[in-house]
Design a protein around this ligand. Sequence first.
Ligand code: IVH
Length: 677
Amino acid sequence: MSDTREIQEKLEELRRQIRYHDTLYYALDAPQISDAEYDALFRELVREEEAHPEWVTPDSPTQRVGFAPLEKFAPFEHAAPMLSLENAMSEEEVREFDRRVRKLLGHGDKIEYVVEPKMDGLALEILYEKGRLTGAGTRGDGYTGEDVTPNVKTIRAIPWRLQSPPGGAPPPERLAVRGEVYIDKKDFEALNRNREAAGELPFANPRNAAAGSLRQLDSSITASRPLRVFFYGVGAVEGAEFPTHWDLLQTLRAWGLAVNSKSQVCAGIEEAIGFFRRLTDERGDLPYDIDGLVIKVNRMDWQRQLGEKSRSPRWAIAYKFSADLAPSRILDILVQVGRTGAVTPVAVLEPVFVGGVTVQRATLHNEDEIERKDIRIGDRVWVRRAGDVIPEVVEVEVSRRTGDEVPFRMPAQCPSCGGEVVRLPDESVHRCLNRNCPAQIKAAIWHFCSRNGMDIEGLGRKNISLLVDEGLIQSVADLYTLRVEDLEGLPGWGRKSAQNLVDAIAGSKNPELADFIYALGIYHVGSHVAQLLASHLGRFEAVRAATREELERIPGVGEIVAYSITRYFSHPENQKLMDGLLAAGITVKPAQTSSHAAEEEDPFWKSKTVVFTGALASLTRQEAGKRVEARGAKVTESVSKKTDIVVAGKDAGSKRAKAEKLGIPILDEEEFLKRIQ
Ligand code: IVH
């Protein structure tokens, strides 16, 4: 009997210690023991429980392993709706928010605010009844979310029971507490490395990883993911009152719930703005991704007095970082050799989430650009990525240099073929002059196969590199003689993948004229010029035979472009290539010339600079771009004073706002469709 008691007490003591250290680690960010010591404690509990399975309790920390998979999530009702926040994108908009708050409260003085990092994760509500975790749900539409209780129970950063702090208020009868589930940047990278090693697709960013991990029907998968949480508010509460939001945060922490330690009280809006500026600088050094700051009125009675609109409270605002700019560091500078032999310096960056994806590389354009911006290896920098454009380094934070930064020098030899790299007079780029340089050959083949060209699926840079290195292809014409037997047995290739590629290549034999012209990779002929040539000349033979004078007559085709085109087609090697492609069975579709010619006349679009933003329902952005280009417009990525028209589809964001500010005409989808009919 006493033996049994002793064992039970020992098990309970181990569990108590583990819970205690969980709280120190996750809620207070102040661990008292090392990870190894914690693991030893945990293993001891596992061992003891294995020896005495009859004494395993359902609330033991060892039970956070997941439960039987569900068919689907049950609905989870929020007793008080989970609202979202209105956004501010500039200091002026934040000051406007403050003015509104003071006006509504009839308060002339400074308002006290709490500012908190805005975590970029997934909102979650957890229900504690009498201090015990009894349910958890996602936000859903704000009223009903998905019941993810089994998943949440596997997350070690979330206690199953709340603590009663000595001398403080005990947990209330009922507490719906809200927070953001996220994954640390380091844990995210490790998670993706493991996924790639296991042949699984990596997550695009920590937020997707967190959301994907929490919304799992199989909670044992959630259990294996490094989810964390910061709590920032409450829904329905019975049995507790908080005079201020700051009190609320401190109390949550005392109950054992993790609260972001970066949060602070600010006396007045200018202090909050100052905090935002500091946070902007620090952002890259934080272990997790944030997308801005949340500013909340501290006094709860004032929060109640201000109330809420239909979707967001009047007492809080999200002050967001600009979506396409983020801080990073230059880890190294490499050079890349393009299809024209241009040797382009490329920055290897500390991974950073910007413009919707994690960016690890940015183009540095050329030597002059590096000198102009004074970019050195080791520098802290700001990186921009807007829409589909290639990420670039905008600016160096010179004030944060340590003295260990290393200036970059262009290599004298091509990293691919070892040939001489030179900078021709009047050019800003360096070039490898060896026409047989493997890097150039690979880049030209990649361009040919790319989405805007022949669009051959399965021929990315990696596979092209392999085929060239294996001696299977030397030019794009060789693609069309590849056989399944040639490919099967290459590293990582089976019969099926070989057959798929051969089929994909065969499927590309009937291209649109503009796509085919683009694919050839003629200097100065991108998608836009290719489209012009197709719509004016109609057939490939006509393009091939056109004289410089004929080409120059096409609106939008200048002297240099015309010269480049005729030079391309007169070169014997290109003629051989062209004949080879045609002999391989490529038949280029003729293009419509008459209606396109009519489109040229459209004065509405002619010479206008157009920006597309948001999603269009009836056609892709690419197609929409082609349609306005065919009418003489130029499509660019970002809105500036030079923009003439913005076409805004669904969920258009900052670009639309900017256009409104600059007074640029905005077309919605319906108006746009009318204009291109
Ligand atoms: S307060 C009514 N505080 O941002 C107030 N939200 O756009 C509601 N978020 O759905 C939210 N960090 O998922 C608040 N410190 C923070 C936050 C935060 C991240 C998320 C949350 C919310 C969304 C609002």
